[in-house]
Design a protein around this ligand. Sequence first.
Ligand SMILES: [Zn+2]
Length: 135
Amino acid sequence: MPRKPEYTGISIKTELAQDVEAFIKEHSTKYRSLTHFIEDSAIERLKDLRTQLNELPRFDRINGDDTGVLIYDRELKDNKAVHVSVRPQGVICDFHQRGNCEHIKYALKLPDVQEMIKKRRKEGWKIEVSEDEIS
Ligand SMILES: [Zn+2]
């Protein structure tokens, strides 16, 4: 036997409730009641947000400066901004304090980081990066 659903009461402004009820009354929609309308709206909104979240990439480039690039990492719990530095000794993730993590992989694909590495090498920096990571 299916479990009987449980309900919770939420408050919305009377004006909005009346607006919705009047709309339902005046138009032929699938909605039977204010509750039906609100429930359906919440379900649709949740679906939209979940889709949006799933479609967002893990990394985004926030900005760059002459020391490197700032990357947004959606999988990190707290401080989601990670700086990747282009230094004379190599490309280093300031978060992981090393040169071989997902942030480095992402940073090395960014055109501005690739340009920066090329420029620094011309200036004499011996930046060690495995060549297949830079196109
Ligand atoms: Zn990292």
